[in-house]
Design a protein around this ligand. Sequence first.
Ligand code: SF4
Ligand code: FES
Length: 261
Amino acid sequence: MDQGNGGNMKRRLIFRIKRFDPESERFIYRDYEVEVDKYSTVLDVLIKIVETQDPTLSVRYSCRMGICGSCGMVVNGKPVLACEKNVLSIGSDVVTVEPMYNLPVIKDLVTDLEDFFEKHRKVKPWLIRADEDEQFNPKAEYIQYPEELERYWNFSYCIKCGLCVAACPIVAERSDFLGPQALAQAFRWYEDSRDQYSIERLDLVDSEQGVWGCEFAGSCSRACPKGVDPALAIQLLKMEIMGRTMGFRMPSIIPRSRGRR
Ligand code: SF4
Ligand code: FES
C-alpha cells in the first residue's frame, strides 16, 4: 500500500532475485519485500536487502553513478546498470533481478568477467606505433585534429560493463565469438589516427569469431548505457574489410580521418 511522505510516495514491492550457490551449484529464486520511493534505484534496494534482510546476498558495485561498469545485471529481462535503473520506472509490483546473461556466475548477481576482458585484450586496445622506440620514448605529442577525434569519440565511452554481451544472441550460442564490446573497441582503435596498426586490426577481426559472426540483431546497441553503438562499429568494420578486399575504402558515415595507412 502507498504511504504519504510529502511529495515522495513510498511503495512496497517484491524483489525476486535469482540466487546462485557456488557450493551446491544450484540456482534458486528468492523473494524479498522491499519499500521504495521515487528516488530508489535497483542498486539502492539491493544494498538495503543486504543490510537489513539478507547479508548472504552477493552484489558487485563501486561508483553508484554509472561510471565503473561493475553493477550490470538483468532486471525484468533487460540488461541494465543497477545503479542507474530507477525502480518505479520499471512499472511492476514484482521486480525480477538476475545475473547478467552469457557470463559465468560466481555467486548470486556477481558474474565472472575474465573471459570478457580476455576477448577485449585480443583486439589490442591500446595505441600501437610502427616505431616501438618512439612509442615508449616519445619525443613529441601525437597531434590529432578534432574531426579525427570525432571518428572514434563515441566508441571510446565504453565502461566495460558487459551489458552488450549479456544482450547478444550470438554470444549466447557461441562462446568463441569476440562479442560486441571487444569488436566495438577494435573499431575505436582502428579509427584512431595516431594508431599505425590499422591493417593488422582488420585482420584481427576478419573471421567468424570476429565481425562475420555478427548477424546484426542490434540488441547490443540498445542495451549499452553509454551510447557506444557496438552494432554500428561492427558493420563499419565489415565495410572496411570489404573495401580493402576490393581495393578501395568504402564510403563511411563518419568523416574520413587524415594520414591513415
Ligand atoms: S559497449 Fe556499452 S554495453 Fe558494451 S561494455 Fe561498453 S559500455 Fe557496456
Ligand atoms: S556501481 Fe558503478 S556503474 Fe553502477
